[in-house]
Design a protein around this ligand. Structure first.
Ligand SMILES: [Fe+2]
Ligand SMILES: [Fe+2]
Length: 264
């Protein structure tokens, strides 16, 4: 597109030439794009070309669809901020279903933690005394409680309310006539981690159905990878204990856990 006499340049967008603007030292022209943005240019001493200089006015022009009018738009936000003291001020696009589902998951984490704590107490008995397994289940119990706490913190962050629920009384005896106690306990741990993973995936699906992008991200970034790794790790423990049998092999397995296993 040509602008002016001998001064010309090409641009990909269509522009509309506006009236010349007077200046003390030279003549400025202004062009306006169809999308609303504009620039000013000046015929300068650059051969036959023009020197183009962006105007400070440009920053005030916006694409029509994303025009932000803060003082107008904020009015409707002001209307939805609760005034009653019982209601959260931070809550935004957080559905009751997501809130309830997160409280359910907090309960799952607490229940798993509780069972692991019972397993810790069993293996720590003087007549059982498998210290590696005791340590493994104590650390695992703590980790599940930490998961519950992370979810409680998140619930508050989104303006939901934490409602703790009842926990079931776990078993206190874990010996098994065929499997022995170590394998029996580790198979129980594997089933708990797999169940926990299913619950997390259901929570993830529900968050997606409710278009809760932030809750989806929270579950993905903080829990899903960890859960898959736990399942792999405990699956390997179950396989090793199935090889080891109930006797001396279990003692070796227990020593390995003392030397540094991670948690479930
Ligand atoms: Fe967990
Ligand atoms: Fe876990």
């Amino acid at each position: 597109m040509r602008l002016g006499n001998s001064s010309s340049f090409s641009i990909s967008d269509r522009v509309r030439l506006l009236s010349p603007l007077s200046s003390s030292s030279s003549i400025f022209h202004a062009a306006k794009f169809q999308n609303g943005s504009s620039f000013r240019f000046q015929k300068g001493n650059v051969g036959n070309g023009v020197a183009i200089q962006a105007s400070k006015e440009d920053s005030h022009r916006s694409v029509p669809d994303v025009v932000f009018e803060p003082f107008e738009e904020v009015k409707k936000e002001l209307l939805v901020i609760p005034t009653i003291p019982e209601a959260s001020l931070a809550r935004q696009k957080y559905t009751d279903r997501c809130e309830a589902a997160l409280n359910e998951q907090i309960n799952v984490e607490y229940n798993v933690s509780y069972v692991y704590h019972a397993l810790y107490a069993y293996f720590d008995r003087d007549n059982v005394s498998l210290k590696g397994l005791a340590k493994f289940f104590k650390d695992s119990s703590l980790e599940e409680r930490q998961h519950a706490e992370m979810m409680m913190e998140y619930q508050n962050k989104r303006g939901g309310k934490v409602r703790l629920q009842t926990m079931l009384m776990p078993f206190s005896e874990f010996d098994h006539s065929e499997k022995g106690d170590a394998l029996n306990a580790m198979e129980l741990a594997l089933s708990l981690e797999r169940l926990n993973n299913e619950k997390l995936l259901k929570l993830h699906t529900l968050a997606n159905e409710n278009n809760d992008v932030h809750l989806v991200d929270f579950i993905e970034s903080q829990f899903l990878t960890d859960q898959v790794e736990s399942i792999k790790e405990i699956s390997e423990y179950v396989a090793q204990l199935r090889r080891a049998g109930k006797g001396h092999g279990v003692w070796h397995f227990d020593q390995m856990l003392i030397d540094g296993a991670t948690v479930a």
